[in-house]
Design a binder for this molecule. Structure first.
Ligand SMILES: NC(=O)c1ccc[n+]([C@@H]2O[C@H](COP(=O)([O-])OP(=O)(O)OC[C@H]3O[C@@H](n4cnc5c(N)ncnc54)[C@H](O)[C@@H]3O)[C@@H](O)[C@H]2O)c1
Length: 364
């Protein structure tokens, strides 16, 4: 088995690619080589910024020195681009959601399995020190037996900060598929697999307007619900309330876990750092500072790379992303059907990282 650094390529040179590249180009175990985009000027600009090769998609997929390809395209393109990456014989790191349907997600996992390849998927925020510390606290019994959770992610919507926001309001987007992966992944990490979901959903406005960038003022259609309220039942017997909304003037990212002995306020599941608060039922609250790496986006790619070299399972696995997608799609479907739905998939939460896990260490 090879022990050399892992060659990485990127497809999709939009907003989020910068956050990945700022980190991944500083991880010695990764060798970030090339970037491609349908919009070649975007790929060239990002390549210049980080000293990469700007290439066309088919050129990137033909390179022998690239083993993992990041798919940072828009949700509607995820399954098609990931499928092409697998056909080229390379492992996939996909932005979320892995696909916009269970069928497409399953096809990807099957295709990868047949070829001995891996499909790993965002979010990797749950590998940050903040959520890892929360997971260790729960596993150490600091809240007693976990019984319930409250997860809320609400905002006026991404059109206030993203220059090209229509994809957030199209199939594969909405607050549920866009923000839900962070909170549901964190819930699964703490409480295990979900077995049933009930939900309500609504759409406040059918048309929205771009608010920043060159296209500011342009209107676009809203094609998905922009608020969801769900009740999740876990296989463990625990229960959670989940609210995801782009229809709120109030911004809130909340995750509380409640056990038989104490509650834990977990830092924002869309961030890698932060301090939690442990609130015992009959004793003073105490801070729970993040222990471990607080490096940001790209740590999941690094864990994938090291797991490939070590022949170990990656933590942000396709199986985890599939279960989270299954729960999110079932939430949409349960709201439409007006009835609770059973979740067919299951997953075992990945083991926590070592506290000493260090992205800047050269291990390969
Ligand atoms: N922007 C954020 O803050 C943010 C945060 C976390 C996750 N994400 C996720 O990252 C993904 C990308 O988001 P973004 O904000 O960078 O979007 P973006 O629109 O800024 O960039 C997407 C890029 O993908 C390219 N693209 C689309 N289809 C393609 C194809 N078939 N082949 C090659 N290139 C293609 C587009 O030309 C564009 O440059 C989405 O899944 C989003 O949910 C974004």
């Amino acid at each position: 088995m090879s022990s050399k650094r892992v060659g990485v390529g990127v497809i999709g040179a939009g907003v989020i690619s910068r956050y990945y590249l700022e980190n991944m180009t500083r991880f010695p175990d990764l060798d970030v080589i090339a970037i491609a985009d349908l919009d070649q000027e975007r790929a060239r600009a990002r390549a210049r910024e980080f000293g990469l090769r700007p290439v066309l998609v088919h050129e990137l997929l033909a390179r022998d020195d690239i083993e993992i390809v990041l798919n940072l395209t828009v949700p509607a393109a995820h399954s098609d681009v990931s499928s092409r990456i697998l056909v080229s014989g390379k492992h996939v790191w996909s932005e979320k959601p892995m696909a916009t349907s269970r069928r497409d997600a399953r096809l990807l996992l099957d295709k990868a399995g047949r070829r001995g390849l891996r499909v790993a998927c965002a979010p990797d925020t749950f590998l940050g020190g903040a959520l890892q510390t929360a997971q260790r606290a729960v596993m150490a019994g600091r809240i007693g037996e976990p019984r319930s959770a409250l997860a809320i992610v609400q905002s006026p919507g991404p059109e206030g900060s993203h220059p090209d926001p229509a994809f957030y309001f199209d199939h594969g987007g909405g607050p549920l598929l866009d923000m839900g992966p962070y909170h549901v992944t964190a819930l699964v990490q703490a409480l295990g697999a979900v077995r049933r979901v009930s939900a309500l959903s609504s759409t406040a406005r059918a048309v929205r307007r771009v608010r920043v960038g060159e296209c500011a003022g342009a209107e676009f259609d809203v094609r998905v619900p922009t608020q969801h309220m769900a009740l999740l039942e876990f296989a463990s017997g625990a229960q959670a309330t989940l609210v995801t909304s782009f229809d709120s003037g109030i911004r809130r990212d909340l995750l509380e876990l409640h056990g038989t002995e104490a509650s834990l306020v977990v830092p924002d599941p869309n961030r890698f750092e932060g301090t939690g608060t442990l609130v015992p039922f009959h004793a003073p609250a105490e801070d729970v500072p993040a222990v471990g790496s607080t490096w940001g986006r790209g740590v999941g790619v690094l864990d994938l790379a090291r797991s490939i070299r070590g022949d170990l399972p990656e933590r942000a696995s396709g199986a985890l992303a599939y279960h989270v997608l299954d729960v999110l799609l079932a939430t949409e479907e349960a709201a439409r059907a007006g009835t609770p739905l059973t979740i067919a998939s299951t997953v075992t939460p990945p083991a926590p990282l070592e506290e000493s896990w260090d992205p800047t260490a050269a291990t390969l």
